[in-house]
Design a protein around this ligand. Structure first.
Ligand SMILES: Nc1ncnc2c1ncn2[C@@H]1O[C@H](COP(=O)(O)O)[C@@H](OP(=O)(O)O)[C@H]1O
Ligand SMILES: [Mg+2]
Length: 462
């Protein structure tokens, strides 16, 4: 356990022999709360009330089942119903919004790779941004504001409206407005309310620029990466939609949509285009190439859940066949898989190759775009994720918040390379990050990697 972590050292929920201190202190040490969450999923009890959204007050918008066994569980736990229901409404909305966003992205990606499309722009740092980035940001911002009240919703997100507002971007803006309206028209399919009238460009730009919160140590805000791994997205490969709720500097909800995540983990290492060709060759009844999931977790629950993506014209019926996900139990480095960014500009492949060798990781690294790597650890499809960006690069909170919480609740460990928790309370950047990010399925692997970083850091060129 490192001694030099700043304020939140005591909050590291791992490393202590696998005992999740944060979860156990919050839920009073019993498994009662876990059981309650289990039951809420199985009983289909988180539901949206049938009154129109604008006619409901906050407590009427969503309801929880009051089946006697569940209520007994609550009573026995010694927790108020209010405490147990905390974030239920936000989680429900966030999962539905991410499902919608994934559907939007799938359509845009399909059109991007089937045509040579001019709707990919370069940002100031030369990274690409697409119609999907702005459209998802506008859609999620609109949904959160409509369902939770725009004045109480603060959002930190990746995109701004500068490029879109330029006079020569009229075509691009038109495409974004169209994409947002097409997506919002489908809201009822996801259990959400569509706008009464179509949104104009002013409203769409407003929804995007509403995501201008600076984050920070107090209060509540959402962190959104509308399309994480945009390079993977434009290449027809892996990408993610990431949404997290942060309260008083702690991530309390994490939702990750991974539209191209293959159900068979072996396919993660193939370029998605190859997967698409194979899908077309297999009989339509075959489920082996199924892809797409939304994974989510609530802080302190000790659980992470996964739903399949809603495909075609199907309706989202909560809990949408959600199943729990858990990290891998592999502790032997020789049997473990480590993942890292595809782009060596984003993380030093040579440094991680040296680390992998020194701890006995023998398998080929799994190089995948985006926070799908966090999903892979949470699902037990890989054991280690390492990212060592070049000196001076500042990691942004929206690139990590949802994934970190999901791995922790699925039983894993995420810290910087000094063993300290990532700090989400300092604004849009992960300030004070020591060298890199290390996420592991278990404590033993994590300790080994931390030690190996210390042993090889000085001789590295990072
Ligand atoms: N030079 C750099 N070093 C490290 N990370 C970088 C980077 N440039 C961009 N990134 C981040 O890496 C993310 C992609 O992650 P990965 O490399 O794991 O696929 C990008 O997210 P966006 O694609 O949302 O901009 C971006 O935030
Ligand atoms: Mg990103």
């Amino acid at each position: 356990m490192p001694l030099n972590c700043s304020s939140s050292a005591s909050r590291v929920p791992h490393i202590l022999g696998g005992l999740k201190t944060t979860a156990t202190t919050r839920v009073g040490g019993g498994g009662v709360l876990f059981n309650f969450f289990n039951k809420t999923h199985q009983n289909n009890s988180l539901c949206i009330a049938s009154l129109p959204l604008n006619k409901r007050n906050d407590s009427q918008r969503f309801c929880l089942s009051s089946s006697s066994s569940v209520m007994e569980g609550i009573k026995d736990s010694g927790f108020s119903t209010q405490e147990i229901e905390k974030y239920s409404k936000e989680l429900d909305i966030a999962v539905r919004a991410v499902q919608m966003a994934c559907s939007l992205c799938q359509k845009v990606q399909e059109s991007l790779i089937s045509k040579t499309n001019s709707q990919v722009q370069a940002k100031d740092d030369n990274s690409p941004v697409t119609v999907a980035d702005w459209s998802v940001q506008a859609t999620v911002s609109w949904i959160l504001s409509e369902t939770l009240g725009s004045r109480s919703v603060a959002i930190v997100a990746e995109e701004d409206v500068q490029t879109l507002s330029k006079p020569d971007s009229a075509g691009l803006l038109e495409a974004v407005v169209q994409t947002v309206n097409d997506c919002l028209a489908e809201a009822p399919r996801f259990g959400l309310k569509a706008p009464g009238t179509i949104l104009g460009s002013t409203e769409v730009l407003e929804a995007i620029s509403h995501c201008n919160s600076a984050g920070g140590p107090s209060g509540r805000f959402w962190a959104l990466d509308p399309v994480d791994g945009t390079l993977g997205f434009v290449r027809g490969d892996q990408y993610a939609v990431a949404l997290a709720l942060i309260e008083d500097g702690e991530v309390v909800l994490g939702v990750l949509g991974c539209p191209n995540y293959p159900m068979r983990k072996e396919w993660l290492s193939y370029h998605h285009r190859y997967h698409r060709i194979i899908s077309k060759l297999t009989p339509p009844t075959s489920e082996s190439w199924d892809k797409g999931c939304v994974i989510y977790a609530r802080r302190g629950s000790g659980e992470a859940w996964m739903q399949p993506l809603i495909q075609g014209h199907k309706k989202l019926v909560w809990p949408n066949s959600a199943t729990p996900v858990r990290v891998s139990t592999v502790e032997n480095p020789a049997l473990a898989t480590f993942c890292e960014p595809v782009e060596k500009a984003n993380s030093s492949h040579s440094f991680t190759a040296g680390l992998a060798h020194s701890v006995g990781l023998r398998k080929q690294p799994l190089r995948v775009y985006s926070m799908v790597k966090y999903a892979a650890i949470a699902r037990g499809d890989a054991e280690v994720f390492m990212k060592f960006a070049r000196a001076g690069y500042k990691e942004k909170i929206w690139d990590h918040a949802a994934g970190v919480l999901i791995i922790q609740e699925a039983g894993g460990v995420v810290t910087d390379a000094g063993g300290c928790p990532l700090n989400f309370s300092k604004g849009m950047y992960l300030e004070g990050l020591d060298r890199g990010i290390i996420a592991c399925a278990g404590v033993k692997l994590h300790e080994k990697i931390i030690k190996a970083v210390d042993a090889s850091w000085n001789s590295s060129s990072l």
